[in-house]
Every structure is written in C-alpha cells, then in structure tokens.
Design a protein around this ligand. Structure first.
Ligand code: SF4
Length: 190
C-alpha cells in the first residue's frame, strides 16, 4: 500500500520538502555529479521504488543523469540491469525492499561515498553544512548536531522532520526513510 507516488516531474521538489537528509543528499549528489557509486545507487534506488517511482520512470531518471557523463550504450550495459533487478525484473526476481534506518546506520561508508545516514556517517562540520542548505533555524541545526554527536541518529532525524514541517511525525520516531517521506507527503496533502 503506497499512498504517495513519486514521479520524475515531482522528484526535485519532493527531495527538498519530503526526503530525509540521507536521500536528499544522494539526490543532490546525483544531480551534481551525474553519478553515484553502487551502495548509494542501491540505497537511493530502492527508496525511490518504495516512494512509488515506477521502473519505467526509474530507468529514464537514472539514464538522464548518467548519460551526461557516459554514452547511452554503456549505461544500458552496466547500469540498467541493476535497476531492473531492484524492481524484481531480472535475475532471481526477488522483490527488493527499501533499506530501513537501522540497516543504513549499521552499514559501512567509505571515503568519497555518499550513502549511509548523515547523522552517523558525516563529520559535524559536513553535517552542519548539509543542514544549512535545508532552510531550518540555526537553533534546530544546533539541536540536531548535538543529538547526532551523542549517537541519537534517528532522534536527530525526527528533529529534522519537526523542523521542516513544524509538527512531529505521527509515529514516535523515524525508523525508515520511506516512513519519513510518506508522513511528510500526507502532511502536505499529497
Ligand atoms: Fe535516513 Fe534514517 Fe538516517 Fe533519517 S535516520 S537520515 S531516514 S537513515
């Protein structure tokens, strides 16, 4: 059951208003670098699937960015299989589910990788810079930084939700990026 449906035409707007910071960052990086590494593609691609982006739109979306840096043939050969795979259209036809916060938080993130949870895997300085791009108050940013430094990653994320929406999520805390998105979209009446 999926009330909110993301499409290519709404994704930029939604990334600013309704994405948790982990996914907003991946979106921004994909748009600016025209590439994401494997783990980042998995984390973001499965989130987008969970948010209702269809396979057809996902292929167009990823291809439009990647082909700013590589030719279409290379994209089709090296990347489209994996996208179809995530939608269960290739290989074992497993239906891959989007990652939960716990899975993302427990994962490993290398240098020059942008997946993971920014509250856990980003330096305070980089997290501060990231938060400063989101139009929330300096006081909220400080509270979020304190929570992150003390290891309260999901509470920091919940605080970010409150700062963005002026209201708490209905659930006590954010535990899934798609839950963040769906609660946000409901508040916005979409
Ligand atoms: Fe993403 Fe979860 Fe981290 Fe929030 S707490 S930024 S939804 S991984």
């Amino acid at each position: 059951e999926n009330m909110s449906t993301l499409s290519i035409s709404t994704i930029d707007h939604a990334s600013k208003d309704s994405f948790p910071l982990c996914m907003k960052r991946l979106h921004v990086n994909l748009r600016s670098e025209h590439h994401l590494k494997h783990q980042a593609r998995q984390q973001y691609g499965l989130f987008l699937k969970g948010a209702g982006l269809s396979l057809e739109e996902a292929l167009v979306f990823w291809k439009s960015e990647f082909t700013k840096k590589m030719d279409a043939d290379k994209f089709d050969k090296q990347y489209s299989y994996n996208i179809k795979h995530n939608y269960g259209k290739e290989g074992k036809k497993t239906n891959y589910t989007p990652y939960s916060c716990m899975k993302i938080i427990m994962g490993a993130v290398g240098i020059d990788e942008y997946h993971g949870c920014p509250y856990k895997h980003t330096s305070s300085q980089a997290l501060k810079q990231l938060l400063e791009t989101t139009n929330i108050s300096a006081q909220s940013i400080q509270e979020i930084l304190n929570l992150s430094q003390n290891g309260h990653y999901q509470i920091a994320c919940t605080k970010y939700f409150e700062a963005k929406h002026g209201i708490s999520p209905r659930s006590t805390a954010i535990n899934h990026p798609n839950q963040f998105f769906e609660e946000s979209q409901k508040l916005k009446g979409r």
